[in-house]
Design a protein around this ligand. Structure first.
Ligand code: FE2
Length: 374
């Protein structure tokens, strides 16, 4: 029955309001070539550039966008300095998972007060389009969270970036937004980082997987999924668990030389069309064991998609109480066994494909064995 009283506020108060992911920045060895890869293979559009030609001497950055996903690829111009150090140590990898906030000074002050380590205090960047206030805090490994306030900015992205309209512009593949970003941390450190996100940034623990959920003969992991107050930012945190041989999380840590971002999941409204387009452009995906599809119908029940099409494309399906999801994982996007991407379509399900972890692990381990790291 309708009433005029206000609904009860049972949701916990959001103590660190974040509007969403602002951008994801990768430090790479050759941003010019990487940008062509993400455009040609993944359908990102090149929108902006900042570098020596625009007055920034020490780096070149390419701004790519598809749907709401903004990726910045940055490379150092000289062998000295923090960007070059990052690339030398980690290879190509994610440096920054940036938050979009209304008040960067206030958010930064709150984070520091609650125990965050500063990467840099608030800085005001200006150009003729207004100003952006940007601060940053450190998270696991050499990864940071920039805190970006852009309410007084009307330009393309950040001051210093100039718009570019390349002749070569492969069309988008239907990627809409960042669904989640997964961090790998050292054995025994998962709970410390879970606590960091809860205590400093007001995140809550959405889901937990232990080594009984995710375990093959050789490899295991534990994972806790942290979400911010409005649910737009989800960070699963993985740590290796002990198996007979080396965990794939440990392999990542060994090659990234510490904790870092393992994969970024990007959402689509039509995974079949998106994955077809990605495959046609040369994106490689982890192989799914063909036996996976023998039991799929029994495991997930009725779904809208044609099973034969899903099998032909290698798309995985999982169901939870609220619906189902479709997902697929790319192969590594660089030679070091570190970063990869996930493509996901949610049809009600709010989980992360727990039922698929086993199948995924088995396929990852076949590749790990081929590299001699198992
Ligand atoms: Fe994922």
């Amino acid at each position: 029955m309708a009433t005029l009283t206000a609904p009860a506020t049972t949701e916990p108060h959001d103590t660190f309001p974040i509007n969403g992911t602002d951008y994801i920045e990768l430090f790479v060895g050759n941003a010019k070539q990487s940008s062509l890869y993400y455009r040609a293979a993944f359908g990102f559009q090149l929108l902006g550039y900042r570098g020596p030609e625009t007055g920034v001497r020490d780096r070149a950055s390419y701004l790519l966008q598809q749907g709401k996903i903004r990726i910045v690829l940055t490379t150092p111009m000289q062998p000295e300095g923090p960007i070059a150090d990052h690339v030398r140590l980690h290879g190509d990898g994610v440096r920054d998972l940036a938050f979009w906030v209304d008040d960067a000074r206030d958010a930064y002050a709150k984070a520091i007060e609650r125990g965050a380590e500063s990467a840099h205090p608030p800085e005001v960047m200006k150009d003729t389009d207004g100003e952006v206030v940007i601060a940053a805090i450190r998270t696991y490994g050499d990864t940071i969270h920039s805190i970006v306030e852009r309410r007084n900015y009307h330009g393309l992205f950040l001051p210093g970036f100039v718009a570019v309209t390349p002749e070569f512009a492969p069309p988008p593949v239907g990627l809409k937004y960042v669904d989640h970003c997964v961090g790998n941390v050292e054995l025994g450190k998962m709970n410390a980082w879970v606590d960091f996100y809860a205590r400093v940034l007001g995140f809550f623990n959405l889901l937990t997987f232990d080594d009984k959920d995710i375990n093959t003969e050789y490899s295991a992991l534990m994972s806790k999924v942290m979400s911010n107050g409005n649910g737009r930012i989800k960070f699963p945190i993985n740590e290796p668990a002990t198996g007979k041989k080396k965990s794939q999380i440990q392999e990542y840590l060994d090659f990234y030389k510490g904790p870092g971002v393992q994969h970024i999941a990007m959402a689509t409204d039509d995974i079949i069309a998106t994955v077809k387009a990605l495959r046609a452009r040369g994106v490689e995906f982890n192989q799914t064991p063909t036996t996976y599809y023998d039991t799929l119908q029994a495991r997930v029940g009725k779904i809208d998609e044609d099973l034969a099409t899903l099998q032909a494309l290698g798309i995985l399906v999982d169901r939870d109480d609220e619906g189902y999801l479709l997902q697929i994982f790319t192969r590594l996007v660089q030679d070091r066994p570190t970063l990869f991407f996930e493509i996901i379509q949610r049809k009600g399900a709010k989980g992360f494909g727990k039922g698929n972890f086993q199948a995924l692990f088995e396929s990852i381990e076949r590749e790990q064995a081929l590299r001699g790291n198992l």
